[in-house]
Ligand binder design. Sequence first.
Ligand code: NAP
Length: 325
Amino acid sequence: MKISQLPPGLCTPAIGLGCWGMSNAYGPADEKESIATIEAALAVGLHHFDTADVYGDGHNEILLGRALTGRRQDVFIATKFGFVGDEHGQVCVDGRPERVKVACEASLRRLGTEVIDLYCLHRRDKRVEIEDTVGAMADLVRAGKVRYLGLSEVSAETLRRASAVHPIAALQSEYSLFTRDTESTVLPVCRELGTALVAFSPLGRGLLTGKVKSRAELTAGDYRREMPRFAEGNLAKNSALVEALEIMALAKNGTAAQVALAWLLGQGKDILPIPGMKRRSHLQDNLGALRIQLSPDELAQLSTLSEAVQGQRHNPHNLKFIENS
Ligand SMILES: NC(=O)c1ccc[n+]([C@@H]2O[C@H](COP(=O)([O-])OP(=O)(O)OC[C@H]3O[C@@H](n4cnc5c(N)ncnc54)[C@H](OP(=O)(O)O)[C@@H]3O)[C@@H](O)[C@H]2O)c1
């Protein structure tokens, strides 16, 4: 396995902060608490902050930029581009080279920074050769606007083709105890190429914390209302699976969320989970994962959970954007 191309300091701690929820993805967000969470993360030395231009239609980048004022040198900002609205207001992907440059300038402006640490293609635009999109992203590196390049939810073949144009420092994929396809699809190629795997939705969008028990808790507009794993029937079965995590958590004097993150951290030093957290209590809880040790037997025992998960991770519309789905 090659050593990741990302700066080594980024991996201490290995956990990053996913900011999407701060723009109302999973229920309403309180801006003051979101900013306090970012400040608390900085105070404990967490460097990696993940956002995207599409989160809250720019709101998330603006919020993060504001919260990081004066701290730019201490942090690693990852943002993404690609999702846009078409003329009918439908979500689509635009990875054309001319769009890459415009999107980057807009993100830099919203974040209030001169350089983005990790610039990621959110989803591949199937109408455009990946070499062309990544070629335009590489121009941004040469222009000093971006430090590292990343892709999200692409196949192993796309990752290889992209890497032939420019090193791909990170690949974002959904990866958790409930979503493990990455292990057999892109992870081996990431390891061959020295591409870190940024594990998004590492808590199964909250399911693996054991705190989401019924659909009634999901407010109108909560993205999870449209997700099969949170559908009536599936949700009850999936949340029952978390009991195994809770039992192990009890033995470790921890929480289900900590065990779920510790399992991911136990999969390799090149796995960087970015749990979504919009409140300080969740940040504190999740950082506790760093002290949980799981033996090889415990890791293996937990790994079997994914086999019983009910429902696909996305609805058919959103699955269309994902390679390997
Ligand atoms: N590349 C991509 O396509 C992509 C896709 C999805 C997400 N992402 C990134 O990955 C990040 C994380 O993924 P995610 O937010 O989708 O899912 P996630 O991290 O699996 O779950 C987030 C949910 O779990 C809750 N939570 C977090 N810690 C908790 C704890 N200790 N106890 C109880 N509940 C807890 C959060 O609540 P609060 O919000 O209330 O704290 C939120 O509702 C996102 O923020 C985003 O930056 C990337």
